[in-house]
Design a protein around this ligand. Structure first.
Ligand SMILES: Cc1cc2nc3c(=O)[nH]c(=O)nc-3n(C[C@H](O)[C@H](O)[C@H](O)COP(=O)(O)OP(=O)(O)OC[C@H]3O[C@@H](n4cnc5c(N)ncnc54)[C@H](O)[C@@H]3O)c2cc1C
Length: 242
């Protein structure tokens, strides 16, 4: 892993408390990564530096910049620091690192992510633009669902991509009131996934997918347990735990 200083070019709050950061690449140092990998951020504190890991949320095909997607955890050392970093400032990063990557096979990919677990999946979607894939992204409410224009654009360019934004704190009733778009579904990821891939999941077809799971340790563990309970083979499940 190489250590380098990365210049922050832009920072956007894409939904409450979730920040999309754009760093310059290729000028001072060229970060050469594979879709799905992460960087290690060195966070200065009064007690000394601490390290935090962040998945790269953009494609290695774009060599001029890279993105991170950071959820601000109140009282959290790394996430608060990054959410308050101003464009024009630099941060020390090391990387790339990590083995979470996409199998380059024609197999239909099923992406299961919650919150900022979307970051490496976004890197996959931005890199492999014609793969057959389904995204089930879990966030609590409509307000938390950023990137709608991004998903729309990916879908317009890839008819083999479908996506379902799974809203754990919404109900059919609240969604109706919000006159939402068709991509929103009330409920947790596994419930929505079963609804849309149901017949295939119950038969032999479940092992015709590759599953990529990313999110907090608890979420990843429970989704893995769920997939295995359906009879999905371990060799078809790839995951990154935050
Ligand atoms: C491989 C890998 C990739 C990762 N990629 C990302 C990424 O792309 N985006 C991202 O935002 N994070 C990512 N993380 C998590 C990230 O590394 C930090 O753990 C996270 O930002 C919290 O760090 P912190 O320093 O802000 O909080 P800390 O100072 O470590 O913790 C402060 C308090 O908050 C609690 N806490 C920690 N995380 C959470 C949470 N998510 N929700 C609620 N409470 C919490 C802790 O238990 C503690 O009590 C990744 C982790 C790994 C292992």
């Amino acid at each position: 892993m190489t250590t380098f200083n990365a210049l922050l070019l832009d920072k956007r709050e894409i939904s409450p408390g979730v920040f999309f950061l754009t760093f310059e690449n290729g000028k001072q140092y060229a970060l050469d990564f594979k879709a799905g990998q992460y960087v290690v951020a060195t966070i200065p504190t009064a007690q000394g530096a601490v390290k935090r890991l962040y998945s790269i949320a953009s494609s290695p095909l774009d060599t001029s910049m890279f993105n991170l997607l950071v959820k601000r955890v109140e009282g959290g050392i790394g996430s608060v620091y990054l959410s308050e970093l101003l464009p024009g400032k630099t941060i020390t990063l090391s990387g790339p690192a990590g083995l979470f990557s996409l199998q380059e096979s024609p197999t239909h990919k099923v992406f299961l992510a919650t919150g900022t677990g979307l970051a490496p999946i976004r890197s996959f979607l931005s890199t492999y633009k014609s793969m057959r894939c389904s995204l089930f992204w879990g966030v609590p409410t409509i307000e938390d669902a950023g990137f709608l224009d991004y998903f729309k654009e990916i879908r317009e360019n890839n008819p083999l991509f479908d996506y379902y934004i799974c809203l754990s704190r919404e109900t059919l009733e609240t969604l109706k009131q919000a006159q939402n778009e068709v991509v929103f579904f009330p409920g947790r990821i596994n419930v929505v996934m079963e609804l849309y891939l149901g017949p295939t999941l119950k038969g032999q077809g479940k092992n015709q997918f590759e599953y990529y799971v990313c999110g907090s340790r608890t979420v990843v563990d429970s989704l893995k347990t769920y997939l295995f309970s359906l009879g999905v083979e371990k060799s078809n499940v790839f995951f990154e735990k935050y």
